[in-house]
Design a protein. Structure first.
Length: 127
């Protein structure tokens, strides 16, 4: 089955990583290596990179090449990758102001970390 790259999701992941590391486009392209700042900027705008650039970006993002794949119908090719998926979507949502977006990201990261530690009580017992 053919697959496509979810360029919006890739772009959001790049912006998220740059923001988390407080990197400009030039600094990020230098860190990635082999990707010009103009190419990185185009990918952040949703353009599809060539294969070499795509693989470099995936390595920089710490994701396998299949991470941003989807089937032609738009369904994610792999299992759900929460909380990363939620955070990427929040960062991509331009209807939220930056402060709200950052607060939601912090809340999600905190909740998932607590759940991983087992610090969240199962509230279904109260139903």
């Amino acid at each position: 089955m053919p697959h496509e790259i979810d360029t919006a999701r890739l772009a959001a992941a790049i912006r998220d990583r740059r923001k988390d590391q407080n990197l400009g486009v030039r600094a990020a392209s230098s860190e990635i290596g082999g990707v010009s700042s103009s190419t990185l900027s185009r990918v952040e705008k949703g353009n599809l990179p060539d294969l070499d650039t795509y693989l470099r970006l995936c390595r920089w993002l710490g994701r396998p090449a299949t991470y941003f794949a989807r089937d032609p119908g738009g369904v994610a090719a792999q299992e759900t990758r929460l909380p990363d998926d939620v955070i990427v979507q929040l960062r991509a949502d331009r209807t939220l102001d930056e402060r709200t977006r950052d607060a939601l990201v912090t809340m999600i990261r905190t909740a998932y970390a607590a759940a991983k530690r087992g610090d969240i009580e199962d509230e279904s017992v109260y139903e």
